[in-house]
Design a protein. Structure first.
Ligand code: NDP
Length: 335
């Protein structure tokens, strides 16, 4: 039966997210399966081959990756590399004729995002961004409550995401690889959250860098960042992101009540509350519903919904860049 077909996914970059989240999730998916891997580390190739029963012909490194074009087992390439490598591998995957899922942030600059979108368009392939929350039930409920004005118009959003970054040598602290600090890594969830709760695009931003309490560790990137958006309806938002302390909250105050997720952005289980009582939703594996959602659409031959495309990834990167500009200049930036 055609609908029993699973798309073959190849994961590119077998780091923490691929190993601990995506590969296990791919054991639970209905519309896709782990078909191949791309890694620069031969010992990982060997371990994954054993553990997930991946044939040698579906194992690539960064040099021979382009030969994936000739491999009918691979329908989708999922780029899970450090941020500065997303653009190159998305473009190479598109040129190889594959659909692509790319992790967040889509890229470091708007230009790179646009190049990736253009390459996929040119190859007539679809580009999805790794926004797992866009298929997650608590998040979908927050979108409904806000966008359908269930508690009246949203007036104020508090959206913050931060954690304590351990290893001082990780790529996340290197500007060239990460593009910035916690804003690029997890602040993006708060930016995206403001947009999906209000259903609006910010019209201006102000922002402030927090102090560096550990100047050595945060030599290249910010340690903490605060920012505020104004939205067309008159709603406003306030956000914090940090690599020094944990915060994870999406709170919306509307005309007739409030609703929130806390935690709001991690792997779950997420928890929600409103002024009328708790939000009740099923607990799911975010990565499984995300990959299944994307792959079901591809299998059906449909266009991906706008909110999960490369364009959606670009919108957030553009806002991240505006936040940095606002903090650097101390000025309100019109968007
Ligand atoms: P890791 O550092 O754990 O893994 C990155 C992997 O990329 C490495 O293990 C390595 O795999 C490969 N790689 C290739 N070149 C380099 C290099 N020069 N330096 C470091 N790694 C390299 O990162 P994560 O898995 O945590 O993050 C990867 C991407 O996924 C990021 O864009 C991140 O933002 C995103 N992410 C998204 C999450 C989500 O919830 N959506 C959660 C976590 C991360 P190999 O040895 O196989 O070559």
């Amino acid at each position: 039966l055609f609908q029993d077909r699973k798309l073959g996914i190849a994961l590119v970059g077998l780091g923490s997210y691929s190993t601990n989240q995506l590969a296990p999730a791919l054991q639970k998916t209905q519309h896709c399966r782990l078909a191949g891997i791309v890694t620069g580390t031969p010992s990982k190739a060997e371990a994954w081959k054993q553990k997930y029963n991946i044939p040698d012909k579906n194992i690539y490194n960064y040099q021979n990756f382009d030969r994936i074009a000739d491999n009918p087992d691979i329908d989708v390439v999922y780029v899970v590399l450090p941020n500065n490598m997303h653009t190159e591998y998305v473009i190479r995957a598109a040129r190889a004729g594959k659909h692509v899922i790319c992790e967040k942030p889509l890229a470091i600059t708007v230009k790179e995002c646009q190049d990736m979108i253009d390459a996929c368009k040119k190859a007539n392939r679809q580009l999805a961004v790794g926004y797992r929350l866009h298929y997650e039930p608590f998040t979908l409920e927050m979108m409904r409550l806000g966008q359908q004005k269930v508690f009246g118009a949203v007036k104020f959003v508090e959206a913050s995401d931060g954690f304590k970054a351990g290893d001082p040598n990780q790529w996340r602290l290197k500007k060239a690889m990460a593009g910035g600090g916690p804003l690029m890594d997890v602040g993006i969830y708060a930016v995206n959250g403001v947009r999906y709760v209000t259903g609006e695009e910010p019209i201006s931003v102000t922002a402030q860098f927090g102090p560096k309490t550990n100047p050595q560790k945060f030599k290249e990137v910010e340690e903490t960042m605060f920012w505020q958006f104004e939205l067309p309806s008159g709603a406003v938002s306030n956000s914090t992101t940090s690599y020094s302390a944990g915060v994870e909250r999406l709170y919306a105050a509307a005309e007739n009540g409030w609703f929130e997720l806390r935690p709001a952005f991690g792997y779950g289980p997420l928890k929600g509350n409103t002024s009328k009582g708790p939000i009740e939703q099923p607990i799911v594996t975010h990565q499984a519903v995300h990959m299944d959602g994307v792959c079901k659409t591809l299998l059906d031959g449909q266009k991906l919904p706008d909110h999960i495309t490369g364009e959606e990834g670009l919108r957030d990167v553009r806002l991240l860049q505006a936040i940095y500009r606002a903090a650097e200049t101390g000025r309100k930036i019109d968007l």
